[in-house]
Design a protein around this ligand. Sequence first.
Ligand SMILES: NC(=O)c1ccc[n+]([C@@H]2O[C@H](COP(=O)([O-])OP(=O)(O)OC[C@H]3O[C@@H](n4cnc5c(N)ncnc54)[C@H](OP(=O)(O)O)[C@@H]3O)[C@@H](O)[C@H]2O)c1
Length: 325
Amino acid sequence: MRSVRQHEPGGELFVESLPVPEPGPGEVLVKMAAAPINPSDLAILAGRTRVHSWPFTPGMEGSGTIVKPGRGLLPLLRLGKRVACSPGPGGEGTWAEYMLTSATRTVPLPGKVGMQQGSMMLVNPMTAMAFIHMARRGRHSAMVNNAASSALGKMLIRLADRHSIPLVSIVRTEERAAELKKTGAAHVLSSSNPSFGEELMELANQLGATLILDAIGGKETGRLLKAAPAGSTLVAYARLSGDQILADPADLISMGKKITGFQLGNWLENKDMLFKLRLARRVGKLLSGPLSTRVHATFPLEQVGQAIESYREHMSRGKILLVCD
Ligand SMILES: NC(=O)c1ccc[n+]([C@@H]2O[C@H](COP(=O)([O-])OP(=O)(O)OC[C@H]3O[C@@H](n4cnc5c(N)ncnc54)[C@H](OP(=O)(O)O)[C@@H]3O)[C@@H](O)[C@H]2O)c1
């Protein structure tokens, strides 16, 4: 099978020929159809996030058809199913013709969901749903989210609207702000605006936005925390700036604000099986609507380098997918 491989942290990518792996107990072999490039993949490829060992196959999510079951009831039940899938800890990723994974890491795709949308079902849609869950559970009247032109940011705008939770979306240029406003987003701010801090403080206080979702880190976290109402919770869920959080401890000490972190895998680990099944079913239903993702272009595995370049050039334009025939 053809598989994208990296041999060292930050190293070049190669498309290599490898033997098709055999599923063990509880595992399934997925014939891959499509897999997106996500910011977390770029962080891994740049060597900023650790992986199990090198060489390895990247790709945190994708879609395909289960063509071979390992021993066990669930693998057998999933045979022949079109699924969204992700690799297990220490497993090889989705940027390959075939991937081996645990049957529990596959979710059958609803009939009307195609392989391309299905390949992006697990990471961003589940995270958007998790953020809504956190807002409701924590009784936050409104939320703030940055890097909001992302696929996840756009999903959150549509989902928050559906749940009548006001959302302040922050982007880094006036151009992105105008684009988001055109899509119907109610509250959009550009962090490049000199009065951004005051505007955010005024809007967040007016709306009672006490759940602050931060994908950027660095100095941006400090600005968000400063502008947030007293008692707010800031959730760091990515580090797009590549920088460590820089914030004023006074906001934590005297204003009762908190900083915490979010990772989808850890969040799901603490949920029971019924919760996860319900979540997957709900995501499946919303995938053609509020949880859909725009696809900008598709590339075959052999053109993985070009695919990454195209993605880096304009991440907000839509997802780049690696597709197998
Ligand atoms: N913690 C978790 O479990 C979890 C789960 C899902 C997603 N995430 C994170 O959520 C974020 C969005 O993911 P996605 O797949 O939706 O992204 P995406 O659609 O690929 O878009 C990436 C976005 O990041 C923006 N961006 C890139 N570098 C930036 C920087 N230094 N400062 C500000 N904005 C920057 C880009 O905006 P421009 O157009 O301005 O370049 C673009 O809108 C990612 O960081 C991802 O890692 C985390």
